[in-house]
Design a protein around this ligand. Structure first.
Ligand SMILES: [Ca+2]
Length: 109
């Protein structure tokens, strides 16, 4: 997985299992369960870089939809409802995407 070396595989599996049903994704629970919430800000930045697949410096809506697949290639895509809720929770300056500081706040929420 893309987070090997940062997160424990069993924790990631537990986090993914916890949101396997459509519309059950809860970012607070996910970040806590996978272990990212208790990582250093360097590790959180590293995670941001993985999720920002096109290296634009922002996590856009399309990248948020595929969020779970960064943790496991076989994971489901987020539903439109989940993606919108996730974006709304993170996008504090209202530009429609999530920057690294916004991401760090989400992870530590
Ligand atoms: Ca991006």
């Amino acid at each position: 997985m893309a987070f090997a070396g940062v997160l424990k595989e069993a924790d990631v599996k537990a986090a993914l299992d916890g949101c396997s049903a459509a519309d059950s994704f809860d970012y607070k629970k996910f970040f806590k369960t996978c272990g990212l919430a208790s990582k250093s800000s360097d590790d959180v930045k590293k995670a941001f870089g993985i999720i920002d697949q096109d290296n634009s410096g922002f996590i856009e809506e399309e990248e948020l939809t595929l969020f779970l697949q960064n943790f496991s290639a076989g994971a489901r895509a987020l539903t439109a409802t989940e993606t919108k809720a996730f974006l709304a929770a993170g996008d504090s300056d209202g530009d429609g995407k999530i920057g690294v500081d916004e991401f760090a706040s989400l992870v530590k929420a």
